[in-house]
Write a protein that binds this ligand. Structure first.
Ligand SMILES: Nc1nc2c(ncn2[C@@H]2O[C@@H]3COP(=O)(O)O[C@H]4[C@@H](O)[C@H](n5cnc6c(=O)[nH]c(N)nc65)O[C@@H]4COP(=O)(O)O[C@H]3[C@H]2O)c(=O)[nH]1
Length: 771
């Protein structure tokens, strides 16, 4: 750099033109060779794509240096025509840089972007050409066409190369560095310098040793440094991305501006040769066409971008909605519920208000799903969701937790009584039936309620309390609501302990069967025995079936336990039979879950085959509740069971949904009158009438009837008088373990038939009344 400055200072201070040219050529040669050497070294130090890019730039710098050296040589030889080899070499600088920019792009640009970039460069190039021609043509009168072309090509190619660099920089969002500025400013500066130089050349006013000649050297050094440090790194900054986008949008405007400036020059000046006007006009039109096409393209891209942005925004909104709402019912989901409850609690805490959280579970929804299909189940859920929404105030939130569970938040509630009123409103739905896809579905729900701040202070705490209370409502026979009470937690943990212990009861041999006989009331003959399950837990001692069967049903363990009972009962009765201790019938209780989940028909067939018990001796007791929902599946299973030859009995008849049509269709063999009727029959005339009606109806339908829970002789006499054929109860015998029942059978096999209570009395000591 210092050498260049020294040479130039000497050239500028020398009065003679020749020596100034010599000194100019000295600093040009020094600067160009030095710049080429620096660029070349940097290219060799790089590898991969960077090496390709820098090599092309360095080749351009080498052409510049070679041009200068050849100029020096030819000038020294005294034969240096214009244009000559040096000019050709100088001209190669721009294409080499353009190739370098193309190598920078590599495969980083998709085809459509390539086209846009090419159009940007071509349009700008055409505009610069138009401008340069407009500038140069009035001065070209005394020059040959070739001279003019070369002089015009210098600035046009250099400015187009600079434009290519800018366009690549913007399209690829390359981070702007000092080297970027050096290369782009070097090219653009050369473009401007050559313009001035060419104009001076055309006007024959070119003088050596001026600032302009010095600039050639300085710009070469700047370019060399820029190439040596060129390293294209994409920027990830969204701000820079937006800036590049905005600048790219200005390119058509720049084309129009440059073209208009050219047109202005022509309009103002009067020295433009006439024959040059038509090609210039074509050039203007082409440049403007490029600008228009590019502008249209940008508008289209912008529209597409806006549409894409809109789609993304809509997608985001949709995602947000999906993340916070249940897709089936459109109600808020648990995530949104948590937000709303948390907000409501914060407000309530500030204002000293109460908040109620209701946890709702539809009773027997699974049965609807299993029997009528998921579409019906979904429609029922939507129906319930719509009803809840209609019933509540706007400020209350209804949400679907998932499955058949809903939650309702009531804010600003005065008292538990107000909550109870709201709950009753919600539960009023239970009195109605929903008609879905032609099916009349009973709507029943169990509701648990937790109150803020009494039961919990945050969402999770309140949810847990409401869940526990809901569980209690279910355990209380469903279709009920319960407010949370701390005692419930104790019970809930007891239930989970029971469930855990029950899981191992079979393998630990803690389950066993009791048998309770039932008799023909008139003859006193043994009619059969009901099998009743007992559990003696190693940790808890004896646990009653009313305690553990609901737990086993909740946990689904009843399916496995029920299968075990079936196998054990058949095997035991068949063994007695082989010992000559005949039992006319053995009745086994079935749970609804065995109908739903287990392969019940196969289990029964296996139990009969393995034990050798005749099918007609096996009675399966199902409760009326089975008939309430599982119609199609129950009918099909019942048909298959009947096809095996077993008998079906309806247990606890009269307590539930007593449909004669279903009874008939089920093809049952026996009804068991629930013990609550037997208990009240003598005291309440309406119950007396019900019992009579059941017995008459059973006789009319040719069904056997057994009255359960007979405890007194008066009850027995009343039932015998109403023509109830059979009876079971403590009056005759309590449920007995297998060994005692075997002894009972042995006594009966030995002796004459006794009236049942006589038998019970006679066997004192043999048949204990307590099981
Ligand atoms: N107060 C009184 N009670 C009498 C009298 N006679 C019989 N009982 C009781 O009444 C219940 C009759 O059985 P359930 O109605 O089928 O009611 C059964 C049945 O629903 C269920 N259960 C028992 N074993 C099984 C089983 O193996 N599988 C299934 N799924 N459920 C069972 O547990 C329930 C209760 O069984 P348990 O406690 O054994 O209670 C038995 C029996 O001990 C009487 O004169 N007075």
């Amino acid at each position: 750099m210092l050498l260049v400055l020294a040479a130039w200072t000497m050239a500028a201070s020398r009065p003679t033109s020749d020596s100034a040219w010599i000194l100019d050529s000295l600093h040009w040669t020094g600067a160009f060779v030095a710049a080429a050497w620096v660029a070349w070294r940097a290219a060799r130090a790089a590898d991969g794509q960077l090496r390709r890019v820098r090599s092309r730039f360095a080749l351009g710098m080498a052409c510049l240096a070679a041009g200068q050296l050849s100029w020096d040589l030819l000038s020294w030889a005294g034969w240096n025509p214009f244009p000559g080899i040096p000019n050709l070499l100088y001209l190669l600088l721009s294409p080499c840089f353009a190739l370098g920019f193309a190598a920078t792009v590599g495969d980083r640009m998709p085809g459509s972007q390539w086209k846009s970039a090419a159009l940007d460069i071509a349009g700008f190039g055409l505009a610069v050409l138009a401008f340069t021609l407009a500038l140069f043509l009035p001065h070209a009168v005394r020059r040959s066409a070739l001279e003019f072309v070369v002089l015009t090509a210098y600035p046009v190619l250099l400015l187009s190369a600079a434009a290519a660099g800018i366009v690549v920089q913007l399209h690829l969002r390359l981070r702007p560095t000092a080297a970027t500025f050096a290369v782009l400013a070097g090219l653009a500066g050369y473009g401007a310098l050559w313009t001035a130089w060419s104009l001076a050349f055309l006007d024959a006013t070119l003088r050596p040793g001026t600032g302009m000649t010095l600039m050639f050297s300085l710009l070469a050094l700047l370019l060399g440094w820029g190439v040596a440090n060129w390293r294209p790194v994409p920027s990830l900054s969204p701000r820079y991305d937006r800036l590049c986008e905005a600048l790219l949008r200005q390119i058509p405007l720049a084309m129009v501006a440059v073209t208009s400036a050219a047109a202005g020059f022509i309009a103002l000046g009067d020295r433009l040769p006439m024959q040059a006007r038509p090609p210039l006009r074509v050039l203007f039109v082409l440049a403007l066409l490029c600008a228009v096409v590019r502008q249209t393209q940008q508008l289209r891209d912008r529209d597409r971008l806006l549409a894409a942005e809109r789609a993304v925004a809509e997608g985001r909104a949709q995602l947000h909605h999906l993340a916070h709402h249940d897709p089936l019912t459109g109600l808020p989901n648990r995530t949104l519920l948590r937000d709303r409850v948390t907000q409501a609690l914060a407000t309530a805490a500030r204002r000293g208000e109460k908040v109620a959280l209701m946890f709702i579970d539809l009773d027997r929804f699974k049965e609807v799903n299993d029997t009528l299909g998921h579409a019906t189940g979904d429609a029922l859920l939507c129906h319930v969701a719509a009803q809840f929404t209609l019933m509540l105030r706007e400020e209350d939130t209804v949400c679907r937790q998932g499955g058949d569970e809903f939650a309702i938040v009531l804010t600003d509630v005065d008292s538990a009584a107000a909550v109870a009123r709201a709950v009753e409103r919600v539960m009023a739905l239970s009195n109605r039936r929903a008609t879905i896809a032609g099916h009349e579905l009973p709507l029943s729900m169990s509701v648990g309620i937790a109150m803020f701040p009494k039961d919990g202070e945050d969402f999770d705490g309140l949810m847990q309390c409401a869940d526990t209370a809901m569980y209690r409502a279910k355990a209380a026979g469903r279709n009920a609501f319960r407010f949370y009470d701390p005692q419930m937690n104790v019970e809930a943990s007891e239930r989970s302990r029971l469930r855990w212990l029950l899981a191992h009861a079979i393998e630990r041999g803690e389950l066993h069967l009791h048998f309770q006989p039932y008799f023909h009331l008139r003859s006193g003959e043994l009619a059969g025995a009901e099998v009743l399950l007992r559990w003696t837990s190693a940790e808890l001692g004896p646990v009653g079936p009313n305690q553990f069967i609901p737990v086993a049903e909740d946990g689904g363990q009843i399916v496995e336990i029920g299968a075990w009972v079936l196998r054990e009962a058949c095997a035991q009765v068949a063994t007695w039979q082989r010992q000559g201790l005949a039992l006319p019938a053995v009745a086994v209780n079935l749970s609804i879950l065995q109908f739903r989940h287990g392969d019940l028909v196969q289990q029964v067939a296996d139990a009969l085959r393995d034990s050798g018990l005749p099918a007609r001796q096996l009675e399966l007791e199902i409760t009326e509740s089975v008939l309430m929902h599982e119609t199609d599946k129950v009918f099909a299973t019942a048909d298959n069971l009947k096809a095996l030859g077993v008998r079906l009995a309806i247990d606890d008849f009269g307590t539930g949904y007593s449909s004669l049509a279903y009874l008939k269709r089920l093809n049952v063999d026996k009804l068991k009158i629930d013990q609550s009727f037997v208990r009240d029959a003598l005291a309440s005339p309406s119950t007396t009438a019900i019992v009579r009606a059941i017995v008459d109806m059973a006789r009319a339908m040719e069904l056997e009837v057994v009255a359960e829970g007979i405890e007194t002789a008066a009850e027995r006499d009343f039932l015998a008088a109403t023509h109830c054929a059979m009876g079971q109860g403590y009056l005759f015998a309590r449920p007995m373990p297998a060994d005692q029942f075997e002894a009972f059978l042995a006594v009966r096999a030995a002796g004459p038939a006794l009236a049942p209570e006589q038998a019970a009395a006679d066997r004192s000591g043999v048949f204990p009344l307590a099981s």
